[in-house]
Design a protein around this ligand. Structure first.
Ligand code: 13P
Length: 293
């Protein structure tokens, strides 16, 4: 298995190097790097909430100035959420999964166009629960991310190591392999940096109450930003958002949000409670732009 992974990583690296050499991965227009990144906090409700609970959540949600708020309910609740938000609300909607094909015999799946129709702007791609419980591969993740961007949906690409991988010192190898594989299908020009979000979600921190420390999150996200810079250039990479996810709470969010490469959060459990989620939004809003790298 380790041999196979090493081989796959090598092949992926060679493909990326070839693409880079051919100019296929050349960056798009340089973003305004003087502009600070707008923090982004996304709620991943997973398989929780009824329509009534969705409306109750919206009634209690307190937005924070200067933070992009994204709510990712189960897909059937997207229209409910869209209708519950006040007209002109800055809250964006997201889906938790998407199929990479435009249409066809894929029972139970949704296409990018369907999610856009239902009001989504973002879509979570490659969540570790999709990978572990539903057999999603790096190749699937790459196809989903590419299909989303082509369709005008913004992918939130999730990567993260399992506990055994961290303990055996494989964290950065895993992150590099997952990130590189997920982005192989993007082609040229590079996407708008605001449209591609990467979330570091260590599997051992998801739903466990054991969050990564601020230092662990920063180290992993800095590593991911540096790898992205290798693919798309530093100017492009400075304009994109990297999120931390895994037992993020109102309590630990301020310290995590103070890290230079933590541009926001992908929140599971704590996003179900409007008070706790609003407090995380406030923590992201308190981030000082000058700390960003
Ligand atoms: P928790 O915040 O419940 O640990 O979940 C994190 C997550 O999986 C978000 O996508």
């Amino acid at each position: 298995m380790t041999d196979l992974r090493a081989k796959v990583e090598r092949v992926v690296r060679e493909v990326i190097a070839d693409l880079a050499a051919s100019g296929a991965l050349r960056p798009g227009p340089a973003p305004d790097t003087a502009a600070p990144r707008t923090p982004l906090v996304a709620a991943n409700w997973k398989m929780h909430k009824s329509a009534a609970e969705t409306r109750a959540f919206v009634a209690k949600l307190r937005l924070a100035e200067g933070v992009e708020t994204v709510l990712c309910p189960p897909a059937v609740l997207l229209p409910v959420l869209a209708a519950a938000l006040p007209p002109g609300s800055p809250v964006r909607l997201g889906a938790q999964n998407v199929h990479f094909e435009a249409q066809g015999a894929f029972t139970g799946e949704h296409s990018c166009a369907m999610l856009l129709d239902a009001g989504a702007t973002y879509v979570v791609v490659g969540h570790s629960e999709r990978r572990a419980l539903f057999g999603e591969t790096d190749h699937d993740v790459a196809r989903k991310a590419a299909a989303a961007l082509r369709a005008g949906l913004r992918p939130i690409v999730c990567v993260g190591e399992r506990l055994a991988e961290r303990e055996s010192g494989a964290t950065f190898r895993v992150l590099r392999a997952q990130l590189t594989a997920a982005l192989t299908g993007l082609g040229a020009p590079a996407p708008d940096p605001a449209a591609l979000v990467v979330a570091y979600e260590p599997v051992w921190a998801i739903g466990t109450g054991r969050n990564a420390t601020a230092a662990q999150a920063q180290e992993a996200l800095a590593f991911l930003r540096d790898r992205l810079a290798e693919l798309f250039g530093h100017a492009w990479t400075r304009g994109m958002r990297l999120l931390y996810g895994g037992s993020a709470t109102a309590k630990n969010a301020p310290e995590l949000a103070a890290q230079p490469d933590v541009d926001g959060f992908l929140v599971g459990g704590a996003s179900l409670d409007p008070e706790a989620f609003s407090a995380i939004l406030a923590a992201a809003a308190a981030r000082r732009p000058e700390v960003t790298r």
